[in-house]
Design a protein around this ligand. Sequence first.
Ligand code: NAD
Length: 439
Amino acid sequence: MPKICMVGTGYVGLVSGACLADFGNTVICVDIDKERIDGIQKGIMPIYEPGLKELVKRNYDAGRLRFTTELASSVKDSLVIFSAVGTPMGDDGSADLGAVRQVAREIAENMDEYKIFVQKSTVPVGTSEVVKKIIEDNLEKDIDFDLVSNPEFLREGSAIEDFMRPNRVVIGVESDQAREIMREIYRPLYLLETPIVFTSIRTAELVKYASNAFLAVKISYINEIADLCEEVGANVNEVAKAVGLDQRIGAKFLHAGVGYGGSCLPKDVSAILHTAENHTVSLRVIKAASDVNDTRIDRLFSKLEYEIPDLSGKTIAVLGLSFKPNTDDLRFAPALRLIDRLSGMGVTVNAYDPIAMDNARTDYGDIVSFFDDSYAAIAGADALVIMTEWNEFRQLELEKVKGLLRAPVVIDCRNIYKPNVMKKMGFRYHSFGRPEGTY
Ligand SMILES: NC(=O)c1ccc[n+]([C@@H]2O[C@H](COP(=O)([O-])OP(=O)(O)OC[C@H]3O[C@@H](n4cnc5c(N)ncnc54)[C@H](O)[C@@H]3O)[C@@H](O)[C@H]2O)c1
């Protein structure tokens, strides 16, 4: 089995490194963040991901998985070097490739024989050519190498399952040698008959953006249908269910609410629009999806201000901070947009999240009061806004919630509760795309 180096131990790098080790590969994970590496070595995971700690321990104990800050020796010891560093949204909306370039430079400086450089980060079409040039410019001698694009599709919260049983693996590759080595690395998935799609490098780079942009379109689509449902008295949950049963459409990503957030969809949609603009191509559907998403927060405020026209001086309880359940990731989380806007209006925000509060304290410690459970956050608030569908928010003791709130106002941004039940209980309840009195 080829030895693997995984650069970056974030949501993608750490999960991919651990899973590739679980496939039987020998993997060394490298990060520039010493605290992170020290923590992992002690069994402290830098991210919340169900099952990750056990998976890392199992492979660490088996001697297949190691962690270090030493890139030089890790590159020298490995045949295949994956890069899974961050590609955040830059100031102009394009992908910031600073870390990608830095890794390419450092790898080149430490290459002493043939290596395969696999780009796992989400990078715009053409990045591999930029990386190739950086490597060539920084090699100390003339060494053969191959580039591969292997975008990652895992979802936070179910990342291990997604990596171990993906719908497909996409590998952009242009040499037979690299193709065979990549096939060997993913052999366990090949045996499970996972579709492995070999493409050109540029195509693989675009597949990732085209996939995420499509998911964004689906979400914005159902959100606009939800708005129409509210006007015509239809129920978006039932519409989505019936529409999604059509196999040409599919049920996933048809949940109406406050819109998408997270570390991928907003930045990837922005980046593909940027790429298109650079090539004077107009991606009108994707642009519309992005515009619709930007206005979802207004829709939420129209519901809240319908109940409380003057929010200034009021207290709002926010349940859920992460952009979705089972992750501590706050990047582009809709809850943060809500909190920013509320605090700008002079509102006191009481918040609770089962996992993401520690991350939130860093930037929001001054403007948010954090509580240890849902009821403590709700007590004395003028309204409750549910932002993330964590399981524990699905089972709130509603009579208790009503008793604790100053007024029985609930804005349910994830359509967790039933409008007719809430109404009967005396709540002034708003969800998305479901008229009062419906199930
Ligand atoms: N998070 C997801 O759900 C997800 C899913 C699919 C694809 N992706 C893509 O994967 C990439 C990584 O995303 P992420 O969420 O794992 O990012 P992350 O921010 O969680 O992790 C990035 C890691 O890279 C490290 N790093 C940065 N520069 C480095 C360097 N020069 N050398 C070594 N380590 C370095 C950082 O310290 C950090 O630990 C992005 O391109 C993202 O778009 C993310």
